[in-house]
Design a protein around this ligand. Structure first.
Ligand code: NOJ
Length: 548
């Protein structure tokens, strides 16, 4: 990327060595914006978003100020699982466009100093992938061992009790060759056999293929489940499970998740990433806070950014948040770079949990904590869970394990660009409904209102670029009291105080010293002196530059 970014200009006074480190580590200062292209912008009226549609919306991404886009899979796929069932790793599905469209997308993003991260799905392929067709054709096929094949158990049933995450046994019987194959997810998503070095080499080449096309990094899908126990030991029961627990979660995944071999394979991926300049590896780690740390690696590096969902999972009160932030920061290695995810294509929209009034505090929180922020397209306009009529359900999770509230369609609905028919997303019939609150929450409406949540995102993203302390400054906890979550960011240049009133009533803020208001999340207060005590209005959050 040749053009000089705003951040680079701000850093003009730094030594060239530290500037180059910062360029290498662009992912520390960029907010990462997840886009599911199928739901972003349709350009050909088929009701599904595509790459040309996305290219037409880059102006918006630049206006908003995100530093990178993470795109969910756009590879050829039968689309049984939102494109996570891939039948060819090095191509683009015609639904989304072509490789030429992809190259244009990379060029247009880079021209505006926006990086592109792809979803990398190494754990499994579609059962329509040529590798699997070969593998299942005979036991003697050279690719037989590219997947996980086992004989039936003693009773003629599956080899052990492992469960698919999408319901039922994780083993599928293949009549022709008389063996079972393993699938962590759908029957149509057979797991690759990562113990086979040829598989690892082939997947490393997939990474190289996309990096040569200019991709800046990857989000590794299901990175915790690449290898399973070689002895096929049965998983024990989950003693916390009861009738309300979805059946796939009624065993503890001791022998399928987080195996030491999976960690070695992540180290290998990282080596491939490091063959290229300034690339980044994030990853889905499928675990709670206490399981995140080892994904960073110890002697050998693994992921730069194992995704952290602590804010999504935390109860929304000052004491719980303060504790969960602390627990996460303690759980990762000392030198690890944190990250904070507030939405995603598998996660219920947080707006439906917090309510609109607190979304401004959420924005201020995850964009001022130390670490890389991740948001999902639509979070910046407060998109909520959209009700999906039964006959329109698409998600296989809901179809296979219905009735447990697992449907992921409600968070995957199309982006609303304006209040017109189908929100400006498509001229055809959208693949999922847009939602009843379209008129209230759409980009045009919020972009026209300079006090909106969308403008708050824009201001916060700008502030992160202007104030290096918000990127590199240390996170300094402050004792939170009176329903106000408080912390500071500090570096040699000074300190910033962030105070978020987490209730719908006014609260008095006490802090040491005095300072200047940089931003109120209501966007209606001029910058000016802030003294202690200070009154925060209901749901108000502020950023104060402290005077020394
Ligand atoms: C994780 C992805 O985020 C999810 O959407 C998908 O269903 C599974 N991996 C299977 O690939």
């Amino acid at each position: 990327m040749k053009s000089e970014s705003t951040a680079e200009r701000i850093l003009g006074s730094m030594s060239s060595e530290s500037v180059s480190t910062r360029n290498q580590e662009w992912w520390k200062r960029s907010a990462i914006y997840e886009i599911a292209p199928i739901s972003f912008q349709d350009s050909n009226g088929d009701g599904k978003g595509d790459l040309r549609g996305l290219i037409g919306r880059i102006e918006y991404l630049e206006w908003l100020g995100v530093g990178a886009v993470w795109m969910t899979p756009v590879y050829p796929s039968p689309m049984l699982d939102f494109g996570y069932d891939i039948s060819e790793f090095c191509d683009i599905d015609p639904l989304f466009g072509s490789l030429a469209d992809f190259d244009r997308l990379v060029g247009e993003l880079h021209r505006r100093d926006i990086r592109l991260i792809l979803d990398f799905v190494p754990n499994h392929t579609s059962d329509q992938h040529a590798w699997f067709n070969e593998s299942r054709s005979s036991r003697a096929n050279p690719r037989r061992d590219w997947y996980v094949w086992r004989d039936a158990g003693a009773n003629g049933g599956p080899p052990n009790n492992w469960l698919s995450r999408f319901g039922g046994s994780a083993w599928a019987w293949d009549e022709q060759t008389g063996q079972y194959y393993y699938h962590s997810f759908l029957v149509g998503q057979p797991d690759l056999n990562f113990r086979n070095p040829q598989v690892r080499a082939a997947m490393a080449d997939v990474l190289r293929f996309w990096m040569r096309r200019g991709v800046d990094g990857f989000r590794v899908d299901a990175s915790a489940v690449l290898a399973e126990d070689e002895l096929l030991r049965d998983d024990p029961p989950n003693l916390k499970a009861d009738e309300s627990t979805p059946p796939p979660q009624r065993l503890k995944r001791i022998f399928t998740d987080d195996r030491p071999e999976s960690m070695l394979y992540l180290e290998e991926f990282r080596q491939v990433i490091d063959e290229f300049d300034a690339r980044m590896l994030a990853g889905e780690v499928q675990g709670k806070t206490d399981r995140i740390g080892h994904f960073y690696g110890e002697k050998k590096p693994r992921l730069h950014l194992p995704l952290n969902f602590a804010l999504l999972d935390s109860p929304w009160d000052a004491l719980s948040l303060q504790a969960n932030i602390d627990a996460y920061l303690k759980a990762i290695p000392d030198k690890a770079w944190p990250c904070w995810v507030i939405g995603g294509h598998d996660k219920k929209r947080i707006a439906s949990k917090l309510g609109q009034a607190q979304l401004r505090n959420l924005a201020m929180l995850f964009l001022t904590l130390k670490g890389t922020p991740f948001l999902f397209a639509g979070d910046e306009i407060g998109m909520e869970q959209v009700e999906i009529p039964r006959e329109q359900i698409q998600d296989p999770f809901e179809k296979l394990v219905g009735g447990f509230g697992l449907n992921r369609d409600p968070e995957r609905t199309p982006m609303r660009w304006n209040g017109e028919r189908h929100g400006g997303f498509t001229s055809g019939e959208p693949w999922l409904p847009l939602g009843a609150d379209l008129l209230e929450r759409n980009i045009k409406r919020l972009r026209d209102d300079k006090h909106s949540l969308l403008w708050l995102y824009r201001h916060l993203l700008q502030l992160r670029r202007q104030e290096p302390i918000l990127v590199d400054g240390e996170y300094v906890p402050v004792r939170s009291r009176n329903d106000i979550l408080v912390y500071k960011r500090a570096d040699r240049s000074g300190e910033m105080l962030i105070a978020l009133n987490l209730v719908h009533e006014p609260r008095k803020l006490h802090f040491e010293g005095r300072g200047t208001l940089l931003l109120s999340n209501r966007l209606d207060r001029a910058s000016g002196a802030v003294e202690c005590p200070s009154l925060l209005r209901p749901d108000e959050g502020i950023i104060v530059k402290l005077a020394h």
